[in-house]
Ligand binder design. Structure first.
Ligand SMILES: Cc1cc2nc3c(=O)[nH]c(=O)nc-3n(C[C@H](O)[C@H](O)[C@H](O)COP(=O)(O)O)c2cc1C
Length: 229
């Protein structure tokens, strides 16, 4: 990882191989596939397997959405990394009520022992593993700082913190105030949410955040990666 890594966010329907390659050429250091359901990968579902293909050696993390270490293990036994593969990223941020009902996405933020099991399963197969998370499933969890508890207790390579809780929409501004306490855990923290200019990058660097993940601003203008340097 660079001193300060610029990452293209995982975005369903947008971050296929073509867009990942474009953003890499524009200066993104690494990119993420859109989320793929681990249960479907374990079953060998064709269209889900398609989502995690890395046809060209562009630096790519594969993002997984799931809460079953058994499914994860079944999938990983069959998984063969392609050139460009950097590691797996576990989705603890999806706020969709459908997923939350199944205990997935941001419902996982407070399920520490489950997340530790998932991380260990990926490590058992000798792959790098990181986490993308929100601040909690709702305002109550955020107030209780479940995100800090997770960052403290889980041993992942890095933590991408989308600075909103699961009930907040894009109309609520991302909460840049949380990064300081996240960095204090001494884990590697990547900031995400509403990042679009150099002043924000300077602020994040001064706090000790190790990178920024850019989503919607890259869809609007992939040159953002060049402009943020
Ligand atoms: C269309 C769209 C699809 C998204 N799909 C995913 C996804 O598959 N996995 C994920 O972790 N986040 C997903 N997100 C959230 C983004 O990765 C990111 O966390 C969020 O947009 C905040 O960053 P931004 O303000 O730079 O856009 C999606 C966001 C958008 C707008």
């Amino acid at each position: 990882m660079k001193d300060f890594e610029l990452m293209l966010a995982s975005m369903e329907g947008f971050t296929g191989p073509g867009f990942r390659e474009l953003c890499y050429k524009k200066g993104a250091d690494s990119t993420f596939t859109e989320m793929a359901r681990t249960a479907a990968l374990a079953r060998g579902n064709k269209s889900t397997l398609e989502k995690i293909q890395i046809p060209k050696p562009i630096p790519t993390y594969i993002q997984l959405l799931g809460a079953s270490e058994k499914d994860l293990d079944i999938f990983l036994k069959k998984f063969i990394p392609q050139k460009g593969f950097l590691g797996f990223n576990l989705n603890l941020g999806c706020p969709s009520p459908n997923m939350i009902q199944k205990g997935l996405g941001c419902a996982l933020i407070k399920r520490i022992s489950k997340v530790i099991l998932l991380v260990q399963t990926v490590r058992d197969h000798n792959h790098p593993v990181s986490i993308k998370m929100r601040l909690g499933m709702n305002g109550f969890e955020k107030e209780k700082k479940v995100y800090l508890n997770l960052i403290n207790k889980v041993d992942a390579d890095f933590f991408i913190v989308h600075a909103r809780h699961g009930k907040e929409t894009y109309e609520n501004p991302a909460n840049f105030g949380v990064y300081k306490e996240c960095v204090k855990t001494d884990k590697i923290i990547i900031a995400n949410g509403d990042i679009e200019n150099k002043e924000q990058i300077q602020l994040l660097k001064s706090i000790g955040v190790k990178g920024a993940m850019i989503g919607r601003a890259a869809i609007k203008n992939p040159d953002i990666f060049k402009n943020l340097r």
